[in-house]
Write a protein of this length. Structure first.
Length: 88
């Protein structure tokens, strides 16, 4: 699992749209879907209810998505920033 997976998933949860998340990340809608499925395989549970027309998280998806992926990304970005500052 890579940090990019968490960022894309966090964007997906926040925008509630595969196409908006794709645009934010400069990738295709299909790539966002593939990233979401990769997270589902990793966690061995469905995170998104695909039977609905509108974006809907499963109960498990809601439990795992509430701010955690975004916090991981923020922590990662801070760490990178600190490491870059140390190099200067």
């Amino acid at each position: 699992m890579q940090i990019e997976n968490f960022k894309i998933f966090a964007d997906l949860v926040e925008t509630k749209s595969f196409s908006k998340s794709a645009k934010l990340n400069g990738i295709t809608q299909s790539a966002v879907s593939q990233q979401a499925r990769a997270m589902e395989r990793h966690f061995k549970t469905l995170l998104i209810d695909r039977s609905q027309k509108q974006f809907q998280l499963t109960r498990e998806g809601a439990a795992r998505s509430t701010r955690r992926p975004r916090r991981c990304c923020i922590t990662y970005d801070k760490l990178l920033s600190e490491l870059q500052e140390m190099k200067r």
